[in-house]
Write a protein that binds this ligand. Structure first.
Ligand code: SF4
Ligand code: SF4
Length: 164
């Protein structure tokens, strides 16, 4: 299964530490500089996100809750969804990003957790977290592929649906 972004906004909520607006070119065009690589990207606010980008209430709410958010990120609380206002022209680092390798859903199909990077579980499901904590030590010596197979078996046998 290919990566599907659920728009939780976790990634963009910290990328203000990376992306800074170097210049405002007018007409909702900006030069964004990657603070670490020095890479510059010209981004343009997507026409269908102009109102969202300019909405001061949404902007204020987004940055009140997420002070490290990317300047182009907006979070709509009512929808519990985040939006990139420059999605069509976003920097390459954002295009390449896929935050999970293994997706874990509960029995009602809601996201329970994600395996990110090599062996990190991102989750706010207490049962999944305690299951993982109880087993993780036993799996430490496994190769990466065997580790994946083992955690998938553990999650499935506990009733979770696992997608890779
Ligand atoms: S890439 Fe991942 S962390 Fe970022 S918004 Fe999408 S699901 Fe959330
Ligand atoms: S440019 Fe868009 S995708 Fe990239 S960090 Fe900012 S809001 Fe997220």
């Amino acid at each position: 299964m290919s990566f599907e972004c659920s728009q939780c906004g976790d990634c963009c909520s910290h990328l203000g530490l990376v992306h800074t607006i170097e210049a405002d070119l007018g007409n909702l065009r900006y030069i964004v500089r990657n603070r670490y690589t020095g890479e510059r990207t010209t981004v343009v606010v997507d026409p269908d996100k102009t109102a969202l980008f300019l909405d001061k209430n949404i902007e204020t709410g987004t940055f009140a809750d997420r002070p490290e958010a990317c300047p182009f990120f907006r979070f709509i609380r009512e929808e519990e969804k985040g939006y990139c206002c420059v999605h069509a022209t976003r920097p390459e680092i954002c295009r390449d990003y896929g935050c999970w390798r293994i997706l874990i859903l509960d029995s009602s199909g809601r996201r329970a957790g994600r395996i990110m990077e090599s062996r990190h579980l991102g989750s706010d499901d207490p049962l999944l977290l305690s299951l993982f904590a109880a087993k993780a030590h036993d799996l430490e010596r496994l190769s990466d592929s065997d580790w994946d197979d083992a955690v998938i078996r553990i999650f499935r046998s506990a009733g979770y649906v696992v997608r890779t």
